[in-house]
Design a protein around this ligand. Structure first.
Ligand code: NAD
Ligand code: GLY
Length: 368
């Protein structure tokens, strides 16, 4: 375990994010995260055949008397539903899970969000151990306790804040991740540079090729740095009363694109979450420039980096600006005062901005 890095989340919920190769086999890490006699492994049909057996063996090594069941859902955002959530609760009931049970979320952000929400609700809250297997989940969704499922009306509309008891990120699981999903995770990595530190964008520009080729050491560095940014923010603002909202840079536009496309899924050519966020970040940067808040060159720098990372930077054909604007009104970042955007003053300095005129938003959407 010499190459394991640990990032600590502080505040009212304290936990460690452990990052490194081979952590799925580290019984000590899992033992530390378990309290009771029941564990439900939640995963999807891509991830479970690859890793569930190993995690189950590690859990048994950690706690030989543990009663373990699996709940495996079909892959994809379209499965992050109330119906699957109810099935997950049924699986906890079948397991006989008591208040000290643990839900082990083994997969990407879809599994992590749904399993985390089930853990938040079962008996008013049991532990969830996040075991992220996508880059996006390692750098973002497994950390900070946001859990949710989608409704046809919009993404993540039903959910709860439920911090994990531990995050265990085995970086070798990224070797089986489809390249498109790796690129989607890189969008969220870029987000941290865009919001907090232009120097991190410079580092990403210098390491773009190594990141894209999945080089272990560079990816581990990107994951640890990203988790560090996120841990700092969620430690100070766990419930998004303030600065945590900055983590939604690109998301107001991105969520609208995802909802308008009906969410990506098997056989769909819709943008996935990371891709939609990539487009959304470019739109947010261009909106910042159009409002005279930020240099247009910074927006183009961001677009160029995302393009080098193989990510889309334009609104997919067929999506109408007016329809996207309507979707944005239902976004959780909108409030009674109207649309609220995360914009930037320059690369690395994001801000929450209210009262952005619809016409400016539409103009940016039409031009992109
Ligand atoms: P995902 O969970 O759908 O995973 C992407 C695909 O990769 C799926 O087909 C999955 O089966 C497959 N996969 C996962 N790990 C694999 C591996 N190691 N090898 C092979 N295949 C693997 O998508 P995602 O991008 O991880 O997560 C997106 C979700 O995360 C969205 O629902 C988004 O809303 C949510 N999210 C939540 C937060 C949060 O704070 N809670 C933050 C960002 C995103
Ligand atoms: N992904 C945004 C957040 O966790 O707040």
């Amino acid at each position: 375990m010499s190459t394991m890095r640990t990032v600590k989340v502080d505040g009212e919920a304290r936990y460690d994010i452990c990052i490194g190769p081979g952590l799925l086999d580290e019984a000590g890490l899992f033992a530390h995260a378990l309290r009771g006699k029941h564990a439900l492994i939640v995963s999807d049909e891509h991830v479970a055949p690859l890793y569930a057996e190993r995690v189950e063996a590690t859990l048994r090594k950690a706690r030989p008397a543990l009663k373990i069941e699996r709940f495996v859902l079909p892959p994809g955002e379209q499965e992050k539903t109330l119906a699957r959530f109810c099935q997950c609760l049924d699986a906890l009931a079948t397991l006989g899970a008591t208040r000290d049970a643990a839900v082990v979320a083994l997969g990407g952000g879809v599994v992590g969000d749904l399993a985390g929400f089930a853990a938040a609700c079962w008996m008013r809250g049991v532990d969830v151990v996040q075991v992220p297997t996508t880059l996006l989940a390692m750098v973002d969704s497994s950390v900070g306790g946001k859990t949710a499922v989608d409704l046809p009306a919009g993404k993540n509309l039903v959910g709860a804040f439920h911090p994990p008891r531990a995050v265990i990120a085995d970086t070798t699981t990224l070797r089986t991740l489809p390249p498109r999903e790796l690129r989607a995770g890189l969008a969220e990595v870029v987000k941290y540079g865009a919001i907090f530190e232009a120097d991190f964008l410079t580092w990403l520009e210098a390491n773009a090729a190594s990141l894209l080729s999945g080089q272990d050491a560079v990816l581990a560095e990107a994951i640890a740095r990203s988790c560090h940014y996120k841990a700092e923010v969620v430690s100070r603002d766990p419930y998004e009363h303030g600065e945590r909202a900055l983590l939604n840079f690109g998301h107001t536009f991105g969520h609208a694109i995802e909802a308008e496309q009906g969410y990506s899924g098997a056989g769909s050519d819709a943008l996935n979450h990371g891709e939609a966020v990539a487009v959304g970040m470019v739109l947010a940067a261009r909106l910042s420039a159009a409002l005279g808040r930020a240099p247009a060159t910074d927006a183009e720098r961001l677009a160029h980096l995302l393009q080098r990372l193989g990510l889309p930077t334009t609104v997919p054909d067929g999506l109408e600006p007016d329809a996207l604007l309507s979707r944005m009104r239902l976004d959780k970042k909108a409030d009674a005062g109207g649309l609220r955007f995360i914009l930037w003053d320059r690369a690395g300095q994001a801000k929450v901005v209210s009262g952005v005129p619809d016409e400016q938003v539409l103009a940016v959407l039409r031009a992109c």
